[in-house]
Design a protein around this ligand. Structure first.
Ligand code: FEO
Ligand code: CA
Ligand code: CA
Ligand code: CA
Length: 667
């Protein structure tokens, strides 16, 4: 959700694509900004700002003319005609490519699914249709095929002002138009709950075009009403027990599934991110979870679910929030199986869960905690991946070691074990078991002295070059006194990307090296301090890196969240970012989203011939976009993408990008 709208509209938000969350980390650990400031000596900082000045002086708007052919003598790994940065009601893809809408909010997924009828939407219909606000996209091949597989898609949150007719009132406040929402009915809340979670759906490419296989035997919806097991070290903890579940091992539903991953054994993992907004009410006086919930920003009451479901009311069910904020694993081969919340991977605002097999066969999951001043984690399984026995891998996520990252000024880093009994993680600090450590992962990491980061989003291990890419989306709350005077990024409005090299190329290593691949933002504005290469055109720079992917050639693709008419003059999109050789830190715009949207996915089919991207919350906003210049809502939308029919609302959708005539993307 656009920051502006959240902060100023005064209407109860629908949660919370958290562009700027509560920032609940009050520990004394050093911020990443402090570390970066200290690491770059005054001398190299001066060189850096001179370099930026040089860019500003020599690369004016004319020299940077749009639609330049990429790979112009730079050794870039990418070749495509760059899209012009900008913002309008449509999507745009590089010339010579098709961007076909594959799955829209409300599209039927089963033979008996009703067709989408926005005026008559019901929970029963929604639970058999594609959900709202698609985020992570994964592909699990069927029989090893790159053109026939299961698409797995997270549905992060809902936007009632864009989904439901007749609930919005426009009011004037301080000379500005604002939206006010009427309370939602139980039926509408039930639609919201059914629009959350994930979709597993069979897709097939025929004659170069993807289609949904509506009678696919493995098609499934997971929602906020799906029965889910709690497994691993925290399962059964007293702190996870509720009236409805005295065992502490069964939860109803998963929410705010942001990024995620597909495991080497072909299951689908969903990260529960901004869980705080679903809870309302007050804890009983003196309740033991008070500090725990404060650290997680719970409750925020952005949703009205507690009005109809007691489990979202802290006064009635004080332990329920401990049952959210986990990584959820879904066995896509068995649509009747209960998904599992894998407590061994810790509880925080989980952003993603991309994984890779380490040298010795253990599996490493990279995990971000998306909050200002929160941390970067990884989980290393105790057991080894067995490529010949799928069943033997199915509980690998219940046993292993969770680590949190500490970045040092000299470019090294350490992964600190978040393990009960180690260091300060003892009864002295009110941890009585490993379950306690996992339930309060953030407090454990505070005590370990982990490095406070600028909102860790997706992390992507790259099997081709052995590196790991970490997107840090922004942190406008970093204060001046937290950075060096020569560092122009006191308020990190545009984010940066860190590249990690684990020691000896071993992803399971407990030490590594790191450097900043990119400081984002407009490089022609020296004060921004961006570090894109001089080959990057005026279309190629971006801010707010969020999700990312590497294709099978090991090339990095970055999706953004937060570019808009006011901040950057451009829509979010998908950028191709060189990481190797002279072209390193060169970025080019490949695809851009319609007004109000952010770019999620992205995901490349195994043959690199399709890029799947998820267009999330299109039409959410329009005040800052001059041709519209007012708030956008169901009856008055800034875009009706992708259908552009007067009787159809705007619809979050997954888009399949293919090269006209076939072939690999961007070669
Ligand atoms: Fe759901 Fe941190 O993006
Ligand atoms: Ca994200
Ligand atoms: Ca990713
Ligand atoms: Ca996002």
């Amino acid at each position: 959700m656009p920051e502006q709208l959240r902060q100023e509209s005064g209407f109860r938000t629908s949660l919370l694509e958290q562009n700027d969350g509560p920032g609940t980390n009050l520990s004394d650990n050093r911020t990443m900004g402090e570390i970066i400031a200290a690491r770059f000596s005054r001398r190299s900082l001066l060189k850096g700002s001179l370099a930026v000045t040089a860019i500003a002086a020599t690369v004016g708007p004319i020299a940077l003319g749009s639609a330049e052919k990429a790979r112009a003598g730079t050794g870039s790994a990418f070749s495509f005609d760059e899209v012009e940065a900008g913002i309008d009601e449509k999507h745009h893809v590089s010339t010579g490519y098709d961007a076909d809408v594959l799955l829209r909010w409300g599209d039927p997924l089963f033979p008996d699914s009703p067709e989408f009828d926005p005026g008559k939407q019901s929970a029963a219909a929604q639970s058999k249709q594609f959900g709202y606000n698609n985020d992570y996209v994964g592909y699990i091949p069927i029989d090893g095929s790159a053109s026939h597989g299961l698409l797995v898609v997270n549905h992060e949150y809902t936007n009632p002002h864009l989904m439901f007719e007749g609930i919005v009132k426009v009011v004037e406040k301080d000379g500005k138009k604002k939206l006010e929402l009427a309370p939602l009915s139980k039926d509408q809340v039930d639609v919201e709950m059914a629009a959350h979670g994930g979709t597993i759906v069979e897709i097939k490419k025929e004659s170069g075009k993807w289609r949904v296989v509506r009678d696919g035997k493995l098609n499934r919806r997971v929602t906020a009403m799906t029965e889910i097991d709690l497994t691993g070290p925290a399962a059964g903890s007293d702190r996870l027990k509720t009236a409805a579940d005295p065992s502490g091992t069964k939860v109803i539903g998963t929410v705010n599934n942001c990024a995620g991953g597909v495991t080497p054994w072909g299951t689908y993992v969903m990260a529960e991110e901004n869980i705080h907004g679903y809870f309302s009410g007050e804890l009983p006086e003196g309740h033991r979870e008070a500090a725990n919930y404060k650290r997680m920003g719970i409750p925020e009451a952005a949703y009205e679910w507690a009005a109809y479901y007691d489990r979202f009311d802290l006064a009635k069910e004080p332990n329920e929030p401990n049952r959210f904020g986990w990584i959820v694993e879904v066995d896509v081969q068995d649509p009747t199986s209960a998904p599992k919340k894998r407590t061994a991977l810790g509880r925080f605002k989980h952003e993603g869960a991309e994984s890779i097999v380490a040298k010795d066969g253990r599996v490493v999951f990279y995990l971000g905690d998306d909050e200002r001043f929160d941390y970067v984690y990884k989980f290393v399984t105790a057991g080894k991946f067995n490529p010949d026995d799928r069943a033997a891998n199915l509980n690998l996520l219940d046993d292993g070691t969770l680590y949190v990252a500490k970045f040092a000024e000299d470019g090294t880093m350490e992964w600190l074990p978040v393990v009960f009994g180690e260091g300060p993680l003892t009864a002295e600090n009110d941890f009585k078991s490993h379950a306690d450590v996992l339930i309060e992962t953030r407090r454990a990491a505070d005590l370990l002295g982990a490095t406070k980061m600028d909102r860790p989003e997706d992390m992507q291990p790259n099997p081709v070059n052995g590196k790991v890419y970490l997107n840090l989306t922004n942190n406008t709350k970093r204060k001046d006194d937290q950075v060096d005077a020569a560092n122009p990024r006191a308020k990190n409005a545009f984010g940066h990307i860190i590249e990690i090299a684990e020691n000896d190329g071993d992803f399971a290593a407990t030490k590594g090296k790191w450097e900043v691949l990119l400081r984002c933002g407009d490089p022609s504005v020296a004060e921004v301090g961006a570090s894109f290469s001089t080959e990057t055109t005026k279309n190629g720079w971006f801010g707010m890196p969020d999700n990312c992917a590497v294709d099978s050639a090991g090339r990095l693709w970055v999706a953004t969240d937060g570019n808009n008419a006011k901040v950057t003059g451009r829509a979010d999109g998908l950028w191709a970012v060189d990481t190797e050789g002279e072209a390193r830190a060169t970025s080019r715009l490949f695809f851009r989203v319609p007004v109000g949207a952010e770019m999620c996915g992205p995901l490349f089919a195994p043959d690199d011939q399709t890029a799947f991207v998820a267009v999330q919350h299109p039409g959410d906003g329009g005040e800052e976009w001059e041709p519209f210049a007012r708030p956008s809502y169901y009856e008055d939308l800034s875009t009706r993408w992708p259908d552009f029919k007067p009787d159809m609302p705007v619809r979050p959708s997954v888009v399949a990008i293919t090269k006209q005539g076939g072939g690999k993307i961007a070669v």
